[in-house]
Design a protein around this ligand. Structure first.
Ligand code: NAD
Length: 472
């Protein structure tokens, strides 16, 4: 069994002051495979102090120096991509395909930040003033479990590019992935205190980061409910906040769509990352005229989809992360049935032969109306809701009738028509006909999907304050 007992503070792996422990359970077979010692307020304050001290000189580094540090970070993570992918499969249950892509993305995020650093207008003029963009201060980064190292790296990369130092609290459920990330940060050879990582619970370590007066900015990815509480608590010290929260993304299949492409796209977007993706396209809007065809093709495609051991390279759907999340997904499936939706495929309980792990049957509901709980709330599992519509205008209205606005999808044979529809959808990103993983483009949500944008030059600017200086 693997034990994780350290945090990464001031350039060293240091033993935890906090003594509480948490078992790490492998979702594929529910075996305890590790134990993490959780940090406390004391660990967190030490990390903030280290970041505060490092900020004095790191905030004055040149773009070239920070580019060099980002390059070192890239190299440290790039050499461990396979290790990172393997531990994500083991600890989280991510499919090998997804985990490999996620670990690659994590390493690449440092190169992306390096590239975009040269595009940030650190200095310009406005009338008689010189306007400069300055790092906001110590950044607190709080991340979820569903692509842990990728979230950690993309936030650290943007913050460091801006000249901020960081205290990061990854999900306590991802401690083995965090351990590996700490080793990579250590190997990168940055000045002590620039990157600090504390393992721990949200209501202990996360709460201390949120209220600590020496933290100037919070970048949080996680649930909408926790995001709101962080925003509330951050007002006491008026921290800047970036919130990347939940979603209930619509996918409009237009009546001219080529279903041989639209259906596989709908399934891959809907079941992305075992259904545990904030950007999953979980409301599938289908024209009434093509409903029967879509139903038939969806059934065929899911039957051909491999659900099971996430380590197998051809597995599409692995398990759900924990028992708590498993029960939550199952309760939504029950709720859908109670509210009158009809099961096209899947349903309650584990797929046959996979009862040993937290496996959920890939489930598709039909006869869903947009006011049902399963159409309104984020389920965070492989559950797709098919909602039929009569006209394009109705489809757009349903798509926008949501508390969320993170991502949306459109399938059509006419890209210009797709773009016209996309222009009317209230969401941070709209994908037409295919999944685009574009790290230069802004990422973030409208409405209750969050505040602010990450990635590319937008992500770096989120860690900068604007200052005007006058005088000849
Ligand atoms: P969560 O909100 O429970 O936890 C996220 C992080 O916040 C964890 O590190 C947790 O320990 C910490 N936390 C919990 N309570 C806290 C508190 N009071 N103060 C400070 N920190 C606290 O979310 P989760 O269950 O880890 O992840 C799933 C959620 O994340 C889903 O709702 C999903 O949509 C969302 N998510 C959003 C994005 C995005 O980019 N928009 C990406 C992935 C996941």
């Amino acid at each position: 069994m693997k034990t994780v007992t350290t945090h990464y503070i001031n350039g060293k792996l240091v033993e935890s002051h906090g003594k509480e422990t948490l078992d790490l359970v492998r979702p594929t077979d529910k075996q305890v495979i590790g134990r993490v010692t959780l940090g406390d307020e004391d660990d967190t304050r030490r990390a903030v102090q280290a970041a505060k001290e490092a900020f004095t000189s790191f905030s004055k580094t040149t773009v070239e120096q920070r580019g060099q540090y980002l390059q070192q970070l890239y190299e440290a993570f790039a050499t461990r991509i396979n290790d990172n992918a393997a531990i994500m499969v083991e600890e989280y249950g991510g499919s090998y395909q997804f985990s490999k892509a996620s670990a690659t993305r994590a390493a690449q995020s440092f190169l992306q930040a390096k590239k975009h650093l040269s595009e940030v207008p650190f200095q310009k003029t406005a009338g008689t003033a010189t306007v400069s963009l300055e790092p906001v201060g110590v950044a607190g980064l709080i991340t979820p479990w569903n692509a842990s190292t990728s979230f950690v790296c993309s936030k650290v990369a943007a913050a460091l590019a801006a000249g901020c130092t960081v205290v990061c609290k990854p999900s306590e459920l991802s401690a083995m992935q965090t351990q590996l990330a700490m080793e990579c940060f250590d190997a990168a050879g940055l000045p002590p205190g620039v990157v600090n990582i504390v393992n721990g619970r949200g209501d202990v370590v996360g709460a201390e980061i949120t209220r600590n007066p020496d933290v100037a900015k919070i970048s949080f990815t996680g649930s909408t409910v926790v995001g709101k509480s962080i925003m509330r608590d951050a007002t006491a010290t008026l921290k800047r906040v970036t919130l990347e929260l939940g979603g209930k993304s619509p996918h409009i299949i237009l009546d001219d769509a080529d279903l041989s492409k639209a259906v596989p796209f709908a399934l891959s977007a809907g079941f992305l990352n075992n259904g545990q993706a904030c950007i999953a396209g979980t409301r599938l809007l289908v024209p009434e005229s093509r409903l029967d065809e879509v139903k038939r093709l969806i059934k065929e495609a899911i039957q051909a989809m491999k659900v099971g051991n996430p380590a197998d390279p051809d597995t599409v759907l692995g398990p759900i992360v924990t028992e708590k999340q498993y029960n939550r997904v199952e309760s939504y499936i029950r709720k859908g049935i109670e509210e009158g939706a009809e099961i096209l495929f899947g349903g309650e309980g584990a797929p046959q032969g996979l009862e040993a792990g937290y496996f959920v049957m890939p489930t598709v509901f039909v006869n869903v109306t947009n006011d049902m709980t399963i159409a309104r709330e984020e389920i965070f599992g492989p559950v797709l809701c098919i909602i039929s519509y009569k006209t394009e205008a109705e489809a757009i209205a349903i798509a926008n009738d949501s508390a969320y606005g993170l991502q949306a999808y459109v399938s059509t044979s006419d890209t210009d028509r797709g773009k016209k529809v996309a222009n009317q959808i209230v969401a941070g990103r709209v994908m037409i006909n295919s999944f685009y993983d574009e790290p230069s483009a802004p990422f973030g949500g409208f409405k209750q999907s969050g505040i602010g944008r990450e990635f590319g030059v937008y992500g770096i600017q989120a860690y900068l304050e604007t200052k005007a200086t006058f005088g000849d």
